[in-house]
Every structure is written in structure tokens, then in C-alpha cells.
Design a protein around this ligand. Structure first.
Ligand code: MG
Length: 158
């Protein structure tokens, strides 16, 4: 059996926060606002994985009203969510992601982001791909006020 999952997240960018994508810190004058560390890509991936397995969503698993998740390391959340999915017999066929923002540029960091995600999930790096897209200067994504991430995953159970 195969199942597909889709995740999407958006975070505001503000000064005094780190800009994290898949656990990789990217040098930029602003970072993601969030209850956790704000890693927008990790959050989109968690939703894709949980959705594919029919387990719920990130808001149910890690409520922002709970103090235990304040400033949480999103890679730890991803590890935990993926473990729930794996424990139900699912394995990853592939994970494909898009990060949308005009600034900062994603391409120079793409390989380290893919590696970091693959290491966190303990999967072959070839199963994970991340690409950056600009928003053509339009709206908050185009002016450095926000960053959006989308993730699609395919899971297989034999
Ligand atoms: Mg989020």
C-alpha cells in the first residue's frame, strides 16, 4: 500500500531570530517567528508525514499552547513524528519540498538542508529533495517578511 502526504507552513520573518531550514541555519538579517525554533520546512514535512499516515497534524501533536514545545528544536519534533509513522510500518519512498522566499537564496544551502533532513530521518539522502523558489518580489514572501514551505511525501507499507 502507498499513501501520499502534503504539508504546508508559513512563518513571519523578524529580526532577532534564527533563519532555520531543515535544521540548517542560513545567514540572514531576520529569522522565523514561531513558538518553537520556527523551522518552517521541518513543520511542513511533519504535516506531510503525519497526513500520509493518517495520524493527525502538527498542531495536535505539538500544540503551540504547550510550554514544553516553546523554542523546541524542530528536528527533534520531526524525529519524533517520523518515529510514530515508522512504528506503524511505513517507509519513505521519497520526500519533495519547496521553500518560497526571495531572500535569502536557498540554492547555496540546498545540499546541506537535504543532508540534514535525511540524517534526522535516518533515510538515504537520495530520497529527500528541497528546492528554493522566489515569489517574484510579490507579497510578504517576495519582500522578506515571511517564508513558506511545502512538502509532499510518499510512504509505502509492504
Ligand atoms: Mg510552523
Amino acid at each position: 500500500m502507498m499513501r501520499i502526504g502534503l504539508g504546508r507552513d508559513l512563518h513571519r520573518l523578524i529580526e532577532g531570530r534564527r533563519f532555520l531550514l531543515g535544521g540548517v541555519e542560513i545567514p540572514f538579517e531576520k529569522g522565523e517567528l514561531g513558538h518553537s525554533d520556527g523551522d518552517v520546512l521541518a513543520h511542513a514535512i511533519i504535516d506531510a508525514l503525519l497526513g500520509a499516515a493518517g495520524l493527525g497534524d502538527i498542531g495536535e501533536f505539538y500544540p503551540s499552547t504547550e510550554n514544553s514545545w516553546k523554542d523546541a528544536d524542530s528536528l527533534e519534533l520531526l524525529k519524533h513524528a517520523w518515529l510514530q509513522v515508522k512504528n506503524r510500518g511505513w517507509r519513505l519512498v521519497n520526500l519533495d519540498c519547496v521553500v518560497v522566499c526571495d531572500k535569502p537564496k536557498i540554492l547555496p544551502h540546498r545540499d546541506s538542508i537535504c543532508r540534514s533532513l535525511a540524517e534526522t530521518m535516518e533515510v538515504d539522502p537520495g530520497l529527500v529533495f528541497v528546492k528554493g523558489k522566489t515569489n517574484e518580489g510579490l507579497g510578504p514572501l517576495g519582500t522578506g517578511e515571511a517564508v513558506e514551505a511545502m512538502a509532499v511525501c510518499l510512504l509505502e507499507k509492504t
